[in-house]
Design a protein around this ligand. Structure first.
Ligand SMILES: Cc1cc2nc3c(=O)[nH]c(=O)nc-3n(C[C@H](O)[C@H](O)[C@H](O)COP(=O)(O)OP(=O)(O)OC[C@H]3O[C@@H](n4cnc5c(N)ncnc54)[C@H](O)[C@@H]3O)c2cc1C
Length: 437
């Protein structure tokens, strides 16, 4: 008989969750969520509430089957040592991590007991796992190599070995508040699955290719990211749903986007600590304009965080993040580029801020995209012409007007993107004047 600890962080689902199928009838197993205390405390109140709501919902689903979810907010290594000792654990089972600190954590755990890692939040697991010795240098190469081989296994039906689990009780997180219930309704496995199935049947899905670059609104994109980040939906299930439906251009493009997520997951495992270094893989970094920690750099960073740079397109996106915990992909690319290239601030400060704020924070997607834009990834830096982008994606300035009703009311249409032209000096050197209205 083996005593097991199943670490269910980021796999908050019963469907297609291979971790829950590891215990056999002769085993005794503890279902555990262990949140990193430092990260949790740094997260925005919105993100904390979402996380608590989704864990509470998952605990309820397990409890209905007689399984207690043991939840801890602690320093992970210390807490795992305690649990392994107290429960005499012989095997720790968890999702294969992407970030180096978690990889190191499991290395340490393996000095105390056996560790079994299952890549249950990736598309390419098991025999389809990429060859890390010959990992492609771009996402498009990665996709063209791996997509044809992608035969996603049928989702695992349900958890099979109830008798193995120990305890039946409540989670320390409760889902009482209205916000928590709203979060659970939108992003729990039941809520997210309903939403996804409705989306697949909707005209919005067929229009994804045309709408995916929008800045706000309902259903302009799939809104899968929160559910995938917390693992309330299985990415393999989503892929399978897409494969089984009509292969119109929007379906093909959405699969392509899922491959970006997949690419970064494996990229992080290949490149380890370099993914978090300022120079990254490029071994060169954009030069900060302001000495690190100087009062000018601090003030610029504060303005960026609070949506007060004076550039409406940037500020509107940052205010959207503060209000909702989300931002469109187009918005994220622009605010990231602005921070790195116009404000000359270390990209890792931006990545850390996003980590704390985003409801869909995912370590590989977040840090991978930031590095990609800053030029700390495999390819060249992506310096966006923010004014050109504003005029292309918010031609009539509807987005900035909605998020910033305080922009000079005498300005109309595209001129709203440039209030500083009459209010004072430009907040950056206008190298893209050619695009101004
Ligand atoms: C600076 C920056 C930071 C980002 N941080 C995150 C993050 O923490 N978590 C996160 O899930 N995504 C992140 N992204 C990627 C992308 O912006 C979001 O996945 C997307 O906006 C989520 O909305 P959606 O689910 O409606 O996307 P859709 O357009 O409907 O795409 C479907 C899914 O494909 C995946 N995807 C799409 N674009 C990307 C991408 N560029 N990189 C990786 N995966 C992608 C996501 O899983 C997404 O849910 C970041 C992008 C940038 C530029």
């Amino acid at each position: 008989m083996s005593r097991q600890l199943l670490l269910l962080n980021e796999t908050l689902r019963l469907q297609d969750n291979p971790l829950l199928n590891v215990p056999k009838s002769a085993d005794s197993a503890y279902a555990v969520i262990l949140l990193n205390q430092h990260q949790f405390e740094q997260s925005s109140p919105k993100r904390q509430a979402l996380q608590a709501a989704l864990i509470a919902d998952f605990a309820k689903q397990l409890s209905a089957r007689g399984i207690q979810l043991h939840c801890y907010i602690a320093e992970p290594w210390q807490q795992l040592q305690k649990l392994i000792k107290a429960w005499q654990i012989e095997l720790v089972v968890a999702a294969t991590p992407c970030a180096i600190d978690e990889v190191r954590l499991f290395d340490k755990v393996s000095s105390l007991c056996k560790v079994q890692l299952l890549d249950c939040n990736s598309l390419l697991d098991g025999q389809l796992a990429p060859d890390y010795q010959r990992f492609p240098k771009s996402c498009s190469q990665f996709r063209s190599q791996r997509e044809p081989e992608l035969l996603v296994s049928a989702p695992v039906a349900d958890l099979c070995c109830l008798s193995a689990f120990i305890g039946n009780g409540c989670s320390p997180f409760s889902s009482q508040t209205e916000t928590n219930e709203q979060f659970a309704a939108a992003y729990s496995s039941e809520g997210a699955s309903k939403r996804w199935q409705n989306y697949l049947q909707s005209p919005a899905f067929s229009a994804y290719l045309q709408t995916r670059n929008q800045l706000y609104g309902a259903d302009y994109a799939s809104f899968l990211s929160v559910a995938l980040a917390f693992g309330t939906l299985s990415v393999r299930q989503c892929w399978q749903d897409l494969q089984q439906g009509p292969q119109h251009p929007s379906a093909v493009w959405l699969k392509q986007e899922l491959f970006w997520r997949e690419y970064f997951r494996h990229y992080f495992r290949v490149h380890g600590a370099a993914c978090f270094a300022e120079a990254g893989l490029a071994r060169r970094a954009p030069l900060p304009k302001f000495p690190k920690g100087s009062s000018a750099a601090r003030e610029n960073f504060r303005r960026w965080q609070q949506g007060e740079t004076g550039v409406p397109f940037i500020d509107a996106n940052m205010r959207l993040l503060a209000n909702t915990g989300l931002m469109s992909n187009r918005g994220r690319q622009n605010v990231a580029s602005y921070l790195v290239f116009e404000l000359g601030i270390d990209w890792r400060l931006g990545a850390t801020f996003f980590e704390q704020q985003l409801l869909d924070f995912d370590v590989a997607s977040n840090w991978g995209n930031w590095a990609y834009i800053a030029g700390a990834g495999e390819g060249p830096a992506r310096h966006f012409n923010v004014m050109k982008q504003a005029l292309q994606y918010d031609k009539d300035a509807e987005f900035v007007s909605l998020l910033q009703p305080d922009i000079n009311p005498t300005l109309t249409g595209p001129a709203k993107h440039r209030p500083y032209a009459i209010d004072g000096t430009a907040p950056w050197q206008e190298s893209w004047a050619a695009y101004l209205p």
